[in-house]
Write a protein that binds this ligand. Sequence first.
Ligand code: NAP
Ligand code: MG
Length: 472
Amino acid sequence: MTARPRTALSGERLDVFCPSDGKAFASIAASGAEDVDRAAAAAARAFEGPWRKVSALERGRMLTRLSALVKKHAEELAALESRDTGKPARQGRADAAVTERYYEFYGGAADKLMGDQIPFLDGFTALTLREPHGVVAGIIPWNYPLQIGARVLGAALAMGNTLVLKPAEDASLTTIRIAELALEAGIPEGVVNVVTGLGATAGAALSRHGQVDYVTFTGSPMTGTAIQQAAAVNNRGVTMELGGKSPQIVFADADLVKALPVIVNAIIQNGGQTCSAGSRVLIEKKIYQPVAEALAHRFAQLTAGPHVADLDLGPMVNRRQAERVAAMIAAAKEAGIPILAEGKIAPDAPSGGYYVAPALFGSVDPMAAIAQEEVFGPVLSLLPFDDEDDAIRIANSTEFGLVAGVWTADGGRQHRVAKAVRAGQVWVNSYGAGGGVELPFGGFKKSGHGREKGLEALYDMSATKTIVFNHG
Ligand code: NAP
Ligand code: MG
């Protein structure tokens, strides 16, 4: 029997709030350790059962069918994601489209990862296989549950693992729906399991569960540490995607017409609640003033409002996040950091919603808290720099290392800076906050370890088995 995501054995439930108005509109099961046991056991049984014998080709076809179902239900999934997280309607639609693409990509990739044949001693043949870990636990955050769920589910199933997904208590609804669509796509019962509930109970029980063979997590560094410690009890492997403080470096020869809208979008997309948000903009001193003025002009026009209004940004995901972001803005102002512009909250935004007006800070000291800590909100810091060396030094001056952007027409500098910046992904004359299903993604330093997305994720979601034949 598959663990049903809709009810907990205790019968306990949690209200689901819409961030746009702060009102409860649904509820989810508040799973406990016993529900996690049930889900992990179902995943383990499915792994040891017929799933092991399903060919890579067939697994790929199942994921391809899931992709088609996501496309068929795109409007429904997009609307549900927007209501649950408060993200503007067009962002919900974009997330559904990327989700469809993830399943398409991993559906096609399932039978494309090759092992090796290794030159070895005379009389022997040595080769490697890519083997699934077994039961993968995917603990995912609330910012992009459809997309992040898809990059975990797609890669895990492509390699033949089974899965227990633990979505965030603030945004579980589309994950529950995807599990239903997975069954409809022909993915057998028990292969995809969902446990909803609190991180401290359901998440913690899952990460230390003895039947879990591998853990993949996206979220905060602090929770990442707790999950690694829990998984270490069973000596299980982990992939950690832990956010960032990603710099965009703008040199004086940059094409500003191209750069400025991308720079604004990279921090405003999803209200800044994006692990790869471009939250620091480093600007060469000789163009600092005009660039700061142009960004201030744009920031002053930005408006936050309910998801259905489809404005520049929606609310923060919950009250705690809204208060946290507002407190970080207030602390930066109090520290005397110049505020260059603030956006607006739509006058008709419901008063119970979790809104924060975008804020642009100028002449920010690279060591200031607002330039060092992940705000996870619509807050952009502008940092002037002298020359290329200074830019690289400032770019690398945080504990994070997830993504970076480099804006320059100088080809040599593009290569030098891209190599010198410590980030898992570097965009030259472009920036894709969260973008690129095909592109390996993950961090250096406190941003985590392991890689998701692209074919690279298939290595994290599997282990090498070496087989040696002695044929005399
Ligand atoms: P979080 O604690 O890292 O939550 C992420 C996921 O981990 C959720 O599913 C959460 O469940 C679960 N979780 C929480 N505690 C757990 C534990 N002890 N064991 C296992 N799982 C656990 O993030 P948050 O508290 O929602 O947000 C705080 C900050 O994290 C944000 O301000 C932001 O800076 C950062 N963040 C980063 C990302 C990213 O994409 N890199 C995403 C989200 C947040 P519940 O939510 O149900 O408790
Ligand atoms: Mg919600």
